[in-house]
Design a protein around this ligand. Structure first.
Ligand SMILES: Cc1ncc(COP(=O)(O)O)c(C=O)c1O
Length: 446
């Protein structure tokens, strides 16, 4: 075993150097084959897990060891969900083709999906990934505004195409920033520059100089794009009034407001859409990950006016996006959310989990704060004496949790926030197990 204190961070790092993994790791041969042939291969944990099946909130390795999944948001209505699998298999056995023929399923899915959104957000384009959805959202914004620039959050992530990678400042070196991108400080009321009662207004006011920067560079403002749960910034809740203020400033400058709902959408926060917490209606909503419960399904929804403005000047088609199987799967996911009342379940279980995690603070002062909404909770670990971020401790926790049979992640600008973001069918008993396991892990590590 590598000495725990000298290990590199286990999550979110690409290890092409095999010495990053424990020498006695159980699946050494598979790791070596993977390293020989995969181009880019992020791999979690120092003793990586070889998963072979999953069901509900449980994942099983090759030795049939069960892990409580506290991390995966894609299988939102549960791993191997029967209704979703049946819809997928049934439709695949009948017909699967692109969207340039008439087909009932894709239209019915578009109708059901837009019915969950505010009036006016009526036109859907289906694609295959969150990246594609955001890329198309930016193309629409650029077409209708005639400008090129975007205001984004510092350390955000929106995808991996050329344009969207430029907008994902999490992965861009400070000297490699594109001129069409201006970053603003995320509204972190726990550890950011503004923490007082006027934080919402002070964070929102940062939008104006960012827009001015884009104007000065001759790019202008096409759009403001934001993931409202702030996944890569450590999972934040924007202070009340922040988004309405930001949207007003963006629209006054002629830009569109794009809500990237790839993380918060589909009931994750206890409401169907994350932006509904904020009192705003975006011009474009993008979605992905949980929409297909693992089947590649993503898209955007916008208004008649914006869609018509775009299609009058561009041709867009997508071979796989919104095919009959994707649509059947998407409908099954929506049906599960409604029939199992998952929004209410998430709000209730999320509040229960939040209280239990906050309760750990009494015996673990290294828990600085807990943030997030619904079944997205970030646990910020700090040095109890200084209050400074404690990435040194945070990077050890996921491995300790994995050893104890629970999977969680790590996020945040300082790498000190533990990420809890389980399938939405996670219940109180699962929350109790997670909290008890975390309690033991923190006791062992401190
Ligand atoms: C907020 C957000 N937007 C967009 C994306 C990109 O989605 P995809 O990986 O499906 O391209 C991600 C992926 O992690 C994301 O977290």
């Amino acid at each position: 075993m590598t000495e725990a204190s000298t290990r590199p961070a286990s999550l979110g790092a690409a290890h092409t150097d095999l010495s990053a993994y424990d020498a006695d790791t159980t699946e050494r041969a598979l790791i070596e084959r993977r390293a020989r042939h995969l181009g880019v291969g992020l791999l979690f944990y120092h003793d990586p897990i070889h998963l072979v099946r999953a069901d509900g909130v449980w994942m099983y390795d090759a030795d049939d060891r069960a892990y409580l999944d506290c991390y995966n948001n894609v299988p939102s209505v549960g791993h191997s969900n029967r209704r979703v699998v049946d819809a997928m298999v049934t439709q695949a056995a009948i017909l699967n083709t692109h969207t340039r023929y008439l087909h009932e399923e894709v239209v019915a899915y578009a109708e059901e999906l837009t019915a969950t959104l505010p009036d006016g957000l009526d036109r859907v384009v289906f694609v295959n990934s969150g990246t594609e959805a955001n890329e198309l959202a930016m193309r629409i914004a650029r077409t209708v505004t005639g400008k090129r620039g975007a205001v984004v959050m510092e350390n955000g992530y929106h995808g991996n195409s050329n344009l969207i990678a430029d907008l994902s400042l999490m992965g861009v070196a400070p000297d490699a920033r594109a001129p069409h991108v201006a970053g603003v400080e995320p509204p972190d009321i726990h550890a950011g520059p503004f923490t007082g009662d006027d934080a919402a207004e002070r964070y929102a006011a940062l939008i104006d100089p960012a827009i001015a920067e884009l104007d000065d560079r001759g790019e202008g403002l096409a759009a403001f794009i934001c993931d409202g749960i702030f996944d890569s910034q450590g999972g934040l809740e924007a202070p009340a009034g922040y988004f309405p203020d930001v949207y007003t400033r963006v629209r006054a400058a002629g830009g569109l407001c794009i809500a990237d709902e790839v993380q918060p959408g589909f009931a994750r926060t206890g409401l169907m859409w994350g932006f509904s917490h904020e009192g705003v209606v975006p011009d474009i909503v993008t979605f992905g990950k949980p929409a297909g419960n693992g089947y590649p399904l993503a898209g955007l929804v916008t208004t008649d006016e914006l869609m018509n403005a775009f299609t009058s000047r561009n041709i867009y088609f997508n071979t796989f996006g919104g095919n009959p199987v994707a649509a059947a799967v998407g409908r099954a996911v929506l049906d599960e959310i409604v029939d199992r009342d998952l929004c209410a379940h998430v709000a209730e279980t999320g509040a229960y989990l939040r209280a239990a995690l906050e309760g750990l603070h009494a015996s673990h002062p290294e828990i600085g704060n807990v943030r997030g909404r619904g079944l997205y909770q970030g646990i910020a670990l700090v040095d109890p004496t200084t209050g400074d971020p404690n990435p040194g401790l945070a990077r050890l926790v996921p491995d300790a949790m994995r050893d104890a049979g629970a999977l969680m992640g790590m996020t945040g600008r300082h790498g000190n926030v533990l990420k809890v973001r389980p399938p939405l069918v996670f219940d109180r008993a699962n929350a109790d197990q997670l909290v008890a396991t975390l309690d033991r892990a923190l006791t062992d590590l401190t």
